[in-house]
Write a protein that binds this ligand. Sequence first.
Ligand code: AMP
Ligand code: MG
Length: 294
Amino acid sequence: MPGFGHRLARYRIEAGAGFRLKHHDPADHGGVDPVAGAALLADGVARLSALQTLLYPQHAWALLCVFQGMDAAGKDGAIGHVMSGVNPQGVSVTSFQAPGPEELAHDFLWRVSRALPKRGQIGIFNRSHYEDVLVVRVHPELLERQHLPASLAGKHVWKHRLADIAAWELYLARQGIVLLKFFLHLSKDEQRRRLLARLDDPDKAWKFSAADLAERQYWDGYQRAYEKAIRATAAPHAPWYVVPADHKWFARLVVVEAMIAALEALGLHRPVIHPAQAEELAAARRLLADEDGR
Ligand code: AMP
Ligand code: MG
């Protein structure tokens, strides 16, 4: 079965100049049909799992995947499906909600820094530091709660934050934390359908929040804030994937293939057994074998 990885490039944004969200169709499915897509996804989940078993023991690189998107864009579902084959001991998932008092008493990168994956681990951020240039930008009254000195909270705050994020992400790259940022790009129509489905399905109703409807009113403001964030922070070492999200199965396929491509690029291999270790193993093998028949 041919993979999907070679078609990833059209969703990968490595340079922000000229980036326009309107050039990306949320309903795109890459010409893949859902049945073939399901098979590719299953294959991808298995390959990701195999790669993670190589990432973990070498204890050097880490992979950090940031998930952003409007309400009902499919962040939780994508995380659940894509990671379903991976050993949970090698993964940490952090969901970022509206900050509490302790978080508000710190700089905005404090809480994400604390949640970074250890070497060898895959870290998943369900929402992230980008909320501080998205929801906070759309609702400037949230900025007032962040206790910034007045002289630093002027109109340049967004430009400064985006530059600080870009600088921090370069630092992460230089620390061996491979960063992928996924924007699950949903259409406003499909959000409406999904919110209605939440209301109609007793298994999904718990996910509905009146706040989702309130935020929907700010749709255009969010799209502008996303566009600016992607423009300011897309880089070869910190790419954005603008993932068409109207088809859940396709969004998941793009995510898993992007993670696979990032891990494959590291050239991971099974840990090398040095001669001294090999002797130790041989000795252990003799001891265990000798137990037999005792
Ligand atoms: P959910 O992802 O449905 O659990 O919702 C989490 C909510 O927390 C969303 O409405 C986010 O916009 C909000 N949130 C996350 N980070 C921040 C932040 N830094 N400031 C304000 N609200 C935030
Ligand atoms: Mg929600």
